[in-house]
Structures are given as structure tokens and as C-alpha cells.
Design a protein around this ligand. Structure first.
Ligand code: KG4
Ligand code: ZN
Length: 343
């Protein structure tokens, strides 16, 4: 049998993504983002996101099919993110996927957003390693997952106990007067002559005592507050805030904790592969630090290209494809959207 042709729909946050893959080959990855509509609020507004998904859904499906050079009737299965994410936003994608699957008489696969972030790597590097730790760092999540077989799901090892890593980037960017979403701006400010050693910001949950209870968990809210306090004190004293240095020092603290714990997780599981995904995986310092520290520990790092790390439809199609290829059963047509879906 030829490789299955899968259409994947992603609407868990502010990106309407429709991806089309054949087997592990990416044919189209159409995205419509409402990020600009949210920018003036400094964060994603759920109601605005749902409406934007509704408007973008059909044109984005059409664009993906055109790019892939296929007709909707050609697809073998429809995959969709059914959780976790914003309830109203998820509902739009799930309803669209059900409509498509029903009208085309093709199977429907509801997939977990986090597992899809892991599966997208197959589009760049082929089959996933037999065992790997996946670190997912985005605006909504910061998790360490143990992955043996992606079609069996993923097992959580730890996650943030407060802010997600991307959220910390976005909040600190706001403190520094940088635009939303702040991650790429902090990354750039740090690269433009930022001194990472200018000030040492706290590394959450790394003390011996914290490690006993939270070995693989993260905490970024204390770090965010520490940066805000430091900046406020400077401003109060009438001094300039060296944005590039603060950005670099903050980024260093985040990347230090993330890479340390991710490598420890690999060692704990006896895995020789670390996969990094989610929007923050686009961070240049995270990539270089992970490479450096992992290679010193004999661990190989796999990071999909930045465009595949952020939310997109291709990752959903990629996981759908793995499920179909593994002969997994499809979801029922009354598949619910589950905003707090466990991993
Ligand atoms: O995966 P994603 O697109 O959406 C969520 O599921 O959240 O991730 C978005 C997050 C935002 O917080 C954004 O600031 C962050 O990823 N981000 C970055 C970079 N590019 C995007 N954070 C740090 N450095 C970057 N280069
Ligand atoms: Zn995501």
C-alpha cells in the first residue's frame, strides 16, 4: 500500500494550521495566525482566537490542498488536535475535522497537541528514536516527556508548576518594552551584544531540596519576578535599563534550567536522544546550549526547523500519519474537544 495521505488541523491556540503529509513527507503546511489581533492585548484572547479560527478555517484548508496539489477527496484520513488548548478554539478545529471526515467518509483521528509537537520531527528526521525524552517548551507548556512509541502516547516526567517558558519570555519582554510575542525579540536582543553574565538571575527548582520533589519540574514565575524587580529598581534610580544584557541574562537562566533538567531526564530514562519542540525550541541559545551539553553527555539532540516547532497543522498530520501507519483505530465521530486533556 502506498503511504497514507493525511490532512491535519490545528486550532488549539491562536494559529489556524492545516497540514498535509504523505507518510513522513510534508506536502503543505498552511497557517493563518491571529497573533497580530492579540498583540495589542499583550496575550492571546480566547474569544478573538475562536472567531479568527472560524473565519480562517475553510480558506486555510483550501490553501493547503492547493499547495499539496490534492483534492480533499484524495485524503485517507483527517487528524485534528482535540486537546489540550483553548476550549472554544479547539471546538472550531474539531467541528471542521468531523465535517470533513464525515463528508469524505474517511476516518477521523483526534490527537494530543503535545504528542503532535513530538511527532512533527518525523517530517524532518524520519522515524523517532526507539526511546527519547521530549522537551516541549511553548507559550502554554513546559514539559519533559518520556516517549517510547509515539503511537502509544507519551508519559509525562515533569512540567512547569507555574508559568510556561514561553510565557516567561513574553512577560519579561513586556517588562523590557519589547513587542508580543516576546520570545523572538528577547532572542534577538540577546544576540545583539547581550552579555549573559551581566547579572545572574535565579534558576527555579534547582536547589537540592527542590530537586528532591521536583527533579523534572520547572518554575519560571520567580525568575520573571526577579527580572521585573531588577528592572524596576534600575528605573527608580533613574538609570538606563540595558535591555540586551537583561534579555541575555534572563534567557541564560531559562536555557540553563531547561537543558540541565532535560539531560538529567535522558540519563534517568537511559535514553540517548533528546527531542526539543514547541515555540521556544526556536530559541538560538537553547539550541546551542542543548547541543553543547548533550553532546558532552553522549546524547543526540533532535530539533525540527523553527517553522515546525511552533504550532502548525503539519504536526497534527504527522501524528495522524504515524497512527494510521501503525494501524491504530480511529476516533469516534462524536470526538469531544478536551481543553485540559491529560498527556
Ligand atoms: O508553540 P507555540 O507557537 O505556541 C504555543 O503553543 O504556545 O509557542 C509560542 C511561544 C511564545 O511564548 C513565543 O514567545 C515563544 O514560543 N518563542 C520563543 C522564540 N520563538 C517563539 N521563545 C524564545 N525564543 C525564540 N526564538
Ligand atoms: Zn504548541
Amino acid at each position: 500500500m502506498s503511504e497514507p495521505l493525511i490532512l491535519g488541523i490545528e486550532t488549539s491556540c491562536d494559529e489556524t494550521g492545516v497540514g498535509i503529509v504523505r507518510g513522513q513527507t510534508l506536502l503543505a503546511d498552511a497557517i493563518a495566525s491571529s497573533v497580530e489581533e492579540h498583540a495589542r492585548f499583550g496575550g492571546v484572547v480566547p474569544e478573538v482566537a475562536s472567531r479568527a479560527h472560524l473565519e480562517a478555517m475553510v480558506p486555510t484548508i483550501r490553501r493547503a490542498c492547493e499547495t499539496a496539489g490534492i483534492k480533499p477527496t484524495d485524503v485517507d484520513a483527517v487528524a485534528v488536535t482535540s486537546g489540550p488548548g483553548l476550549a472554544g478554539a479547539l471546538l472550531v478545529g474539531v467541528a471542521a475535522a468531523k465535517g470533513l471526515a464525515l463528508s469524505l467518509d474517511k476516518p477521523l483521528y483526534g490527537v494530543n497537541h503535545l504528542a503532535a509537537h513530538v511527532a512533527v520531527d518525523t517530517l524532518e528526521h524520519g522515524d523517532l528514536p526507539k526511546g527519547c525524552v521530549a522537551m516541549l517548551v511553548s507559550g502554554g507548556h513546559s514539559s519533559l516527556l518520556s516517549v517510547e512509541d509515539i503511537t502509544d502516547g507519551v508519559v509525562p516526567m515533569g512540567s512547569t508548576i507555574d508559568d510556561a517558558a514561553g510565557e516567561a519570555f513574553d512577560k519579561v519582554a513586556r517588562v523590557l518594552g519589547l513587542p508580543f510575542p516576546g520570545g523572538p525579540y528577547i532572542d534577538k536582543a540577546a544576540r545583539d551584544g547581550g552579555d549573559r553574565l551581566y547579572v545572574t538571575f535565579p534558576r527555579g527548582l534547582t536547589s537540592q531540596r527542590d530537586l528532591e520533589r521536583h527533579r523534572f519540574d520547572f518554575s519560571f514565575s520567580g525568575l520573571k519576578t526577579a527580572v521585573a524587580r531588577w528592572v524596576e529598581a534600575r528605573r527608580r534610580d533613574g538609570e538606563d535599563v540595558p535591555v540586551n544584557h537583561v534579555a541575555a541574562a534572563f534567557q541564560e537562566a531559562v536555557c540553563d534550567v531547561l537543558t540541565r533538567k532535560a539531560i538529567d531526564a535522558c540519563k534517568d530514562r537511559g535514553f540517548e536522544h533528546l527531542l526539543i519542540g514547541g515555540g521556544v525550541a526556536a530559541n538560538s541559545r537553547l539550541r546551542s546550549m542543548a547541543e553543547e551539553r548533550a553532546s558532552a553527555a553522549g546524547i543526540a539532540v533532535r530539533v525540527p526547523r523553527p517553522g515546525l516547532c511552533t504550532d502548525n497543522g503539519a504536526m497534527v498530520a504527522a501524528l495522524g500519519s504515524e497512527l494510521v501507519r501503525a494501524g491504530r483505530a480511529p476516533s469516534p465521530l462524536d470526538l469531544p474537544a478536551d481543553s485540559s486533556m491529560p498527556i
